[in-house]
Design a protein around this ligand. Structure first.
Ligand code: ADP
Length: 391
């Protein structure tokens, strides 16, 4: 029997097998084959590399275990759709990296059919698209941030022009009364009308000053430094000592407050505003007090500081609103409504958050803010500097 033909065919088969094997292994893509329940029967080198497991570990392993549970149904659904009439399906999904981080992969799944058209196994070709996905998510985040900033700017322009108009209307109104009274020779009301004009101009000046200050703060931060929170708050309290003394307010400042990290001047301003407000909105509280406390925040490397008072409190419906520009709930108490907007900006520029809780009118308010602790030396510095360099 002449076996030459068979031998040649076998050799060709081996060569062809070698070609395909090396091709599959050198592909810059992950390749695997699996059964309908997800059991892997073949994996190429890149597949092993990306999941950091050996081929022996992977063969017989169920690939669904490499996918975060919430994504499994999506993948299973896609694979269940494969049939001799629809032998290919593509999908993107998250995967669990061996270090616990989440990545993204794009897969082309194919149902392998035998020569009679019967399903044999599944084959999948996958690309790691983590970098692209991260860039996409970052872009979406930036777009959302930009939209929010634009909306804020629009609101800002509207509010500023509206609020600056009201002293101008006062000035114009009283100037025309004076004009009319002068023409009629009635002089008695002129001094009080002039006084109204002067105070409206003063108010406008104050609004513009505060606005100017606001536009600078939170944008231009000084280089960050380690700051003892206790000392910083004492300095802030000293700056508003007039108000504290006037209302006989007792400030509880615990010892051993932690060190924080940021722009000393701006952070002092934060506490100055919060303490000043607490004293300002004491109402007729006979025993006015302010309590400062600090503990670790939920977010690592941040401290949660609270400034609590037993003053007039804040209607819970307005706890968000008061951080807006020119928002004032108590018109009888002097102010421009810029303080808390400034405070929020500074806190956010440090990567922190600020909010207020109050049981309601008459039961005091507690302002909470998170600030970076001094333990972390590089991240907030970079954040602040990059913030600074943007403006
Ligand atoms: P301003 O103090 O100039 O009015 P802010 O922006 O500092 O402006 O505060 C906005 C408003 O929030 C205040 O007018 C007041 O109605 C309310 N508010 C702020 N702090 C307190 C506080 N500690 N207790 C009660 N109300 C407060």
């Amino acid at each position: 029997m002449d076996v030459t033909a068979r031998k040649t065919m076998e050799a060709e088969l081996r060569r062809s097998e070698l070609y395909y094997r090396s091709l599959v292994n050198d592909l810059p893509a992950m390749v695997c084959r699996f059964q309908s329940d997800g059991t892997l029967t073949f994996v190429n080198d890149l597949y092993c590399q990306l999941f950091q497991r050996t081929r022996d570990e992977l063969i017989g392993f169920n690939f669904y275990d490499l996918i975060p549970p919430p994504q499994r149904a999506l993948v299973a659904e896609g694979i269940a759709k494969l049939s001799p009439t629809q032998p290919v399906i593509e999908h993107e999904h998250e995967v669990l990296h061996p270090d616990g981080s989440i990545g993204w992969q794009r897969w082309v799944n194919r149902l392998l059919l035998d020569e009679r058209g019967q399903p044999v196994e599944y084959q999948a070709l996958g690309m790691d698209i983590t970098a692209r996905k991260r860039a996409e998510l970052e872009r979406e985040r930036l777009i959302a941030e930009l939209e929010a900033r634009n909306a804020e700017l629009e609101q800002f322009t509207y509010t500023v022009s509206h609020d600056l108009k009201s002293p101008l209307i006062t000035i114009k109104g009283f100037a025309s009364y004076i004009e009319r009274d002068l023409a009629a020779g009635k002089l008695e009301r002129i001094p009080s009308d002039l006084q109204r004009i002067i105070s409206a101009a003063d108010r406008m000046y104050q609004l513009l000053e505060d606005l100017l200050h606001l536009s600078r703060a939170g944008r231009q931060l000084n280089p960050p430094e380690r700051i003892g929170l206790g000392l910083l708050i004492s300095e802030a309290a000293a700056a508003v000592s007039g108000r504290l003394a006037e209302r006989n307010v007792y400030l509880h400042l615990p010892p051993n407050l932690p060190e924080i990290y940021g722009d000393r001047t701006r952070l002092r301003e934060v506490f100055q505003n919060l303490i000043d407000n607490a004293a300002k909105f004491m109402g007729d509280q006979p025993n006015p007090q302010i309590w400062i406390e600090a503990r670790a925040a939920d977010e690592p490397h941040f401290v949660l500081v609270s400034v609590r008072d037993n003053g007039i409190g804040i209607d819970p419906r307005y706890t968000q609103r008061i951080f807006g520009l020119f928002e004032r709930l108590e018109q009888r108490v002097e102010g421009t409504g810029i303080g808390l907007t400034l405070v929020r900006r500074i806190v956010e520029a440090h990567g922190g958050k600020i909010w207020v809780e109050s049981e309601g009118l008459g039961s005091g308010s507690t302002f909470y803010l998170t600030l970076p602790t001094a333990l972390q030396t590089s991240a907030p510095a970079e954040r602040i500097n990059s913030h600074e360099s943007k403006h």
